[in-house]
Each structure stands twice: as structure tokens, then as C-alpha cells.
Design a protein around this ligand. Structure first.
Ligand SMILES: Nc1ncnc2c1ncn2[C@@H]1O[C@H](COP(=O)(O)OP(=O)(O)OP(=O)(O)O)[C@@H](O)[C@H]1O
Ligand SMILES: [Mg+2]
Length: 348
């Protein structure tokens, strides 16, 4: 807890491996914080033609690139496997066929080197991305302080967690339907914007009027849950009406109004939850935390100090897995070579 003295953890250099969805990634992080190298091979171009991630294509591509990605992470850090203390790997949640590629790579390396193997929850990784900073930084940025209210918004998840100490999570609520990133992706498709939808909507929204369409905000009072399907349907209805009237879609205004509704709900709920649960600070993580409007909204409120990972660490990467893996390793976790993938795996 925040007021207790921090446990002193042993030093350690961890190789992280991530392959839960459509990014093949490897990174080396020292002491859970200092980023020595990070390599991300994105498959976005491969999946763009399907308008979303095609699972079998993803696993095959992971197999093709994973060895080179790990080699590159070691080279960039000017390290050899013998310089490491542990190997951390994403165990879940994610696509089963993708997860096993990273797991098998990590197991092979652990077997060959005798290094300890640590399985990491991908969502925990997103949270720990906020601990990571580049080795070139003049001074370490302050660490997030517990109790920490975490808004985790990604392609597959949107949830609020209270984190009371390292690796201690209490889930307060989550989406009842679409994840925030999923809503961005689906609405982008509706508006004819390219995949992935989040960055496309952000780009279109930059030149649009966020007040042009008063889209609904699902407040779901007395709960810490979210719902984005009503908002998505409202955008769909508006698009259909405009099309039936033969009007050109005001894509920029629609994108800006949709984005404003999502940001409004996420900010309001998170601040309320932080107040109610006496959090010291707020952390926003996951792919959607790359969104400029969301970052600006959180950074401009004055009620709580806010941590948001740097842009390159918001979407999937392996530095976050190495960081979370370090804390698990330092606190004694060791996994066996028969560790299986967990495609569905809640954080708490
Ligand atoms: N600038 C942005 N604005 C809004 N959304 C964004 C932005 N950049 C990325 N996203 C969204 O983030 C999501 C990808 O995030 P992430 O890589 O964490 O998801 P994932 O790993 O597929 O899902 P999960 O982490 O839940 O398993 C996509 O839905 C994408 O549209
Ligand atoms: Mg992710």
C-alpha cells in the first residue's frame, strides 16, 4: 500500500516476449523500469485487407518473425542470453494460436539457457507499461503510486481496476458489450475509415466538430461498468439517416463527436471511481490510451496525478511484459515448461 515502505526488490534484466494478437514483440527491461531494447513487428498491413485480425494468418506470421525479433532485441541492447536473469512471456488473454508461438519460443530459450520462465497476463503488461522509461532518460520519471486507479482501454478490454500494491488487483467493473478499442474499430468501419480504427478516427476527428452530433453517453450509474454498443448504434443510425437523405457523410464531425462521447464517459467514470476508492493516482493504459483527446482530457483535469505510457508503449509491445515479468520474478514467481496458454484470463 502507498503508505508502507516499498519492498526492496533484487536487480534483474528480463527478456519479454509478446505474441497475443497481431504484434510479434521482444524487449529487454532492467529492474522492471529501464528499457534497454524493444522490437515490435506489426502485422497491421497483413490484416488490413480483412478489416480485423485473422487468427490463422496471425499465428503463421508470428512463427515467421519471432526468432528474428528476439535476436534483434538482444542485439539492440548489446546483450547475450547469458546476461539475462529471466524470460517473461505473455500467457494470455489472447488468440490461442498466437499465444503458443511466444510461449514455445520462451520455453525453448528457458530450456536452452536454464533461465527462469515467468508467465504474464497481457492486461497486467499494459498496466506495467507505465513503469517503463527509456535508458537514455536523464532521470527516472516518478513511479505510479498505490492505491492506483487503472483505466485499461484496449482492443479487447475496457475495465477499471484498483491496484493496491504490486500485482494486487481488484476489478471494479468493465464493459458490458464492446471494448473501447473495438468500438473505435467498428465505428471507423461504419465511416469507411481504414483499419485499425482508433488512429483513423483520431485523425479524422482532429478536423471535426466534437459537438456536431450529440451522441449518447451511457453513464450506467451506480456501477463501474461501461457500455459502448448504444453509442455505436447511434452512430450507425445517424449514418443511415444521412445516407437515406442522399447527403455526403460529414465523416470528420461524426468521428469527432463519437470520440468526444467515448472520452467523456471514460474520464467521468474513472474520476468518480478514483474518488470513491480513495486512489492516490490514476493510470490510463492499453491501446486506446494512445488517443490524443483521451490523453489531453486526463492530463488537463486537476483532481488526480495521472500516468499514461509513452505512445509506443500504449499498443501491444514486449517491454510491458518484461516489466510485469520482472516484478513477478522478483517476487518469486517461477513457471514450469508445461505452462499452457490461457486465451481467456481475467486480471483479478
Ligand atoms: N490513437 C488511438 N485512438 C483510439 N484508439 C486507438 C488508438 N490507437 C490504437 N487504438 C486502439 O487500440 C486497440 C489496440 O490496442 P491493443 O493493442 O492494446 O489491443 P489488443 O492487444 O488487441 O487487445 P487487448 O489488449 O485487450 O488484448 C485497437 O482497437 C485500436 O483501434
Ligand atoms: Mg493489448
Amino acid at each position: 500500500m502507498g503508505n508502507k515502505p516499498e519492498t526492496i526488490l533484487p536487480p534483474g534484466r528480463v527478456l519479454g516476449i509478446e505474441s497475443s494478437c497481431d504484434e510479434t514483440a521482444a524487449a529487454i527491461v532492467e529492474n522492471g523500469r529501464v528499457l534497454l531494447s524493444s522490437v515490435v513487428a506489426s502485422q497491421i498491413d497483413l490484416h488490413a485487407r480483412y478489416g480485423g485480425v485473422f487468427p490463422e494468418v496471425a499465428s503463421r506470421q508470428h512463427i515467421k518473425t519471432i526468432q528474428a525479433v528476439v535476436d534483434q532485441a538482444l542485439q539492440q541492447a548489446h546483450l547475450r542470453l547469458s546476461d539475462l536473469d529471466a524470460i517473461a512471456v505473455t500467457r494470455g488473454p489472447g488468440l490461442a494460436g498466437s499465444l503458443v508461438v511466444g510461449l514455445n519460443m520462451a520455453k525453448g530459450l528457458a530450456l536452452a539457457t536454464g533461465l527462469p520462465l515467468v508467465g504474464v497476463n497481457h492486461l497486467e503488461g499494459h498496466i506495467y507499461s507505465a513503469w517503463v522509461y527509456p535508458a537514455e532518460a536523464a532521470a527516472p520519471p516518478p513511479e505510479p503510486q498505490f492505491p492506483l486507479l487503472v483505466l485499461l482501454v484496449s482492443g479487447g478490454h475496457s475495465e477499471l481496476n484498483l491496484v493496491t500494491g504490486h500485482l494486487k488487483y481488484k476489478r471494479l467493473g468493465g464493459t458490458l458489450d464492446d471494448a473501447a478499442g473495438e468500438a473505435f474499430d467498428k465505428v471507423a468501419r461504419l465511416l469507411g475509415l481504414p483499419y485499425p480504427g482508433g488512429p483513423s478516427i483520431q485523425k479524422a476527428a482532429a478536423e471535426g466538430d466534437p459537438k456536431a452530433f450529440p451522441f449518447p453517453r451511457a453513464r450506467l450509474d451506480n456501477s463501474w461498468n461501461f457500455s459502448f454498443s448504444g453509442l455505436k448504434t447511434a452512430v450507425l443510425r445517424t449514418v443511415r439517416t444521412l445516407e437515406s437523405e442522399g447527403r455526403t457523410l460529414p465523416v470528420k464531425d461524426l468521428a469527432a463527436s463519437f470520440q468526444a462521447a467515448v472520452v467523456d464517459v471514460l474520464l467521468t467514470k474513472t474520476l468518480q471511481a478514483a474518488q470513491m476508492h480513495h486512489a492516490r493516482q490514476i493510470l490510463v493504459a492499453g491501446g486506446v490510451s494512445a488517443n490524443r483527446a483521451l490523453r489531453d482530457a486526463f492530463l488537463s483535469q486537476k483532481d488526480f496525478p495521472v500516468h499514461i505510457p509513452s505512445l509506443s508503449l500504449c499498443t501491444d509491445n514486449a517491454a510491458m511484459i518484461a516489466s510485469a515479468g520482472y516484478f513477478r520474478f522478483a517476487l518469486g514467481q517461477r513457471d514450469s515448461l508445461d505452462m499452457d496458454a490461457m486465451p481467456t484470463w481475467p486480471l483479478s
